[in-house]
Design a protein around this ligand. Structure first.
Ligand code: GLU
Length: 309
């Protein structure tokens, strides 16, 4: 176990000369002004041990990583019927592409591209006001991480709303196909708040632990989802979790993962550990450049991979 601590520290140390590489997301000021030279890593094992390196305690905007948690809520609420609203195939195009959506009659390719995540948020809204749905998402993430201090950054949510023209287009488009049940403003209001959740690597790794533990968080004992459902969420993370860089991530890292434009990545080593990395600089596919590299190093040094040993 101390081995893991030294691996995590080594990775942070070895990457230090490269801190600041990549391009920070600049579509909203709150992300554009984040110090690009930050790097954090947290590994929490199914035995309940936690290993931290770099800026693992600094909260950042989890953005699209929230899509894993809303997918879990939607599956809990509606079961497998959600798959009539959203597909399960990698998109092979940009995370916010509208072209594919038109060709496929308003059914987004998967729950992790923007259109798909917006469709999922619409399902989370069922029976709720937007405020209640946001409350449900925040409470769920706190429950997963077993931490009450996790909050939404309202400035980020406001900026997302003010600049989210393309998300408005995607949502209106789906609504025109009759594929959203709620008013576009309500759905996007919730979507922008889930993206604006602010979490540290340590909190995020803890929140993902149920996916490493066969659906059960081994440290709290909470069964969050069934074994089968955890396996399937992991499958979607592997095939669709990194936009059109998902194949590359599977090749290099070999673990299910979900990234966000804030520079975070949640990765799962099933049966072993939940891992969160963060570094704001992104690669050409919009995934954290050093975060992906750190996960590649971790997978190599621990031997963790879903494809072999
Ligand atoms: N809030 C961002 C958007 O919807 C999330 C993008 C991301 O992390 O991929 O554009």
């Amino acid at each position: 176990m101390t081995d893991l601590q030294s691996i995590v520290e080594e990775i942070a140390r070895e990457l230090e000369p490269r801190f600041g590489e990549g391009r920070v997301a600049d579509y909203i000021p709150q992300l554009a002004r984040v110090n690009p030279r930050q790097f954090g890593i947290a590994v929490t094992t199914v035995d309940g041990d936690m290993f931290l390196g770099g800026d693992a305690e600094v909260p950042f905007s989890i953005q699209s990583i929230s899509k894993v948690f809303t997918l879990t809520i939607a599956l809990g609420k509606h079961g497998e019927s959600i798959w009539s609203r959203v597909g399960r195939e990698p998109s092979g195009s940009a995370f916010n592409s509208i072209v594919q959506l038109e060709r496929e009659n308003g059914i987004p390719r998967n729950p992790f591209i923007n259109a798909g995540a917006i469709a999922i948020t619409d399902l989370v809204l069922a029976g709720h006001t937007p405020k209640e749905a946001i409350g449900e998402i925040v409470r769920f993430v706190r429950y997963l991480a077993d931490e009450d201090g996790i909050v939404v950054d309202h400035e980020v949510a406001k900026s997302e709303a003010a600049t989210g023209f393309r998300n408005h287009a995607l949502a209106n488009f789906m609504r025109s196909f009759g594929k959203l049940d709620h008013p576009v403003d309500h759905v996007l209001g919730v979507y922008f708040h889930q993206c604006a959740l602010s979490m540290s690597c340590r909190q995020l790794a803890k929140a993902g632990l149920y996916l490493a533990g066969g659906g059960r968080n081994p440290t709290t004992g909470h069964r969050v989802v069934s074994h089968l459902r955890a396996r399937r969420i992991n499958a979607l993370m592997l095939t669709c979790g990194h936009y059109d860089g998902s194949g590359e991530f599977a090749y290099r890292v070999g673990l299910p993962g979900k990234s966000g434009v804030g520079g975070g990545i949640l990765a799962i080593a099933p049966g072993k550990a939940s891992i969160a990395v963060w570094s704001p600089g992104l690669n050409d596919n919009g995934n954290s450049l050093l975060g992906s590299t750190a996960l590649e190093m971790l997978a190599e040094r621990t031997g963790w991979s879903i494809f072999g040993y």
